[in-house]
Ligand binder design. Sequence first.
Ligand code: SAH
Length: 248
Amino acid sequence: MSSKTDAAGKSKDEFLANKPADMTLDQWITSWENQQIGFHLTSVHEMLEKHLHLMLNGREKIRVFIPLCGKAVDMKWLADMGHTVVGAELSELGIKQFFTEQNLTYVQESVPGAPNVEVFKTPEGRISLFRCDIFDFSMIIAGQFDGVWDRGSLQALSTADRQRYSKLMITLMAKGCQYLLDTLVCTNKDYNGMPPKISEAETRSLYGHACNVQLVDSTDKLSGKQESWGLESFIEEVHLITLKSDSS
Ligand code: SAH
């Protein structure tokens, strides 16, 4: 079995063979236990590096939210720049691995009024990772954010939950928030593997009622490998999402 991953960080097995398009919470926890985490990248995501200036929009030391964060090294990279980073992740193992692998000490605390949520944070509070189902997270727990780096969340959630998710994300956007959404788009009509299809139209319908949705990157990532899996197209898209109310 190949452990090689493609540019988007996924192995063939994780893409296609064993995982249904809609994974349950238990399946995600089991993936972490078995370290089937081909989505994890060991270096900062190229799209974040490329488009960080859009998220910052001239600002320094902002509060950034990373939903469904896994153990993304992007969080340490942002924190080292002086930003305050808040993540939300289902897997306690993933959160603990983040702190251990980044050589960071952490404290583990309960969250008043939220029995299903715990927070793991660096002593000075620069990085706080909330262990919870994203739907147990809210602005009451952690406030609102100046920026969002969202990579792989829509793919990770069931189709039925995506609308609920975008509604939640919009409530977490502070005035002036610059939200970068990274998605993978496959166009095969009959394709139902991983990653699930997220179309441009779906992104716009999820956020467009309350937000300006601007396509800022569309990069063809189709290689011989994905073609051998039967994919006709494989495009990584980045959208910049901002509140319509900011421009009125
Ligand atoms: N953004 C990360 C991880 C993307 S993979 C990165 O770029 O590396 C999706 C992650 O979301 C997994 O770590 C999985 O455990 C987590 N997850 C899946 N469903 C979730 C949910 N409902 N609430 C919180 N986290 C969830």
